[in-house]
Design a protein around this ligand. Sequence first.
Ligand code: CP
Length: 325
Amino acid sequence: MNPASVVGIPSTIPKGAPPVRHYLQFSDLSASEYQYLLRRAAFIKAKFKTFTRHQPLVDRTLAMIFEKASTRTRVSFEAGMYQLGGSVVHLTTGDSQLGRAEPIEDSARVISRMADLVMIRTFEQTKIERFAEFSRVPVINGLTNEFHPCQILADIFTYIEHRGPIAGKTVAWIGDGNNMANTWLQAATLLNFKVNISTPQGYEINEKIASSPYGISADSYQTYSSPQAACKAADLVTTDVWTSMGFEAENEVRKQAFAAWRVSTDMMAVAKPQALFMHCLPAHRSEEVDADVIDGPQSVVWDEAENRMHVQKALMEYLLLGQLD
Ligand code: CP
């Protein structure tokens, strides 16, 4: 006899329960789901700004697993989950069995029996995919080597807040062909805008990722050898650190290779007069961006950072409760 049935506790997920939705890449949601999420994030932000309680996730727990450092991702998910009425468990590789070679599949099975949502920041995308495969609850990508979907969701929300719809607009990506660049390309394909991308030689976007199996259309982007040319007539200019987490050993070589890819006031001058500047942060002034740009009038980086929390609250609510309006 199944001991669980004796005490009336279901031993498996109930039959007929809706399939678990994960958010591992930007392309995991549809354009219409993004329309809802962006609208919902504005509603949730307005509540936050007027000190109006919004607690649809009372008694729900978010487990956050960090295998890399974080400021914004941790604070935005943690504060956001508390504001939604839930609670948070914070795990790192150093203070859990994750760092002592417990198989990721076993960790997923165990953690997802106790938490209602899991957010993971890790290295390879395959790692979060393996976790998700064995998780009974939604898994959210808080950054992998390949993708950073929550950041791009916040960036798009921020663009819309300041300038209206992003469809038909041009985003200039200047710098490393990294996880942010990949995710911008997924977003451009899905939401119908363009990305002009300029990277130093040897740091181009990965062609395998920039392809249809990853939800990226070749029509959604154009590559430029000159960063100035990529910025021309852009509606948004954005960049990231020259050395992403996990690539620190390449730092000095990268500084040389990226020297001409620092976003400057000259680059902003060839973008549209109303162009915005974004950076996912943390930033290194006088490396990937001049202080005059990041601290200048076109920069919206602080709104962008804050908006991580608002869009992720909408995302967590959606993954657990579905569409509410
Ligand atoms: N932008 C971002 O993900 O910031 P953190 O690394 O501080 O989380």
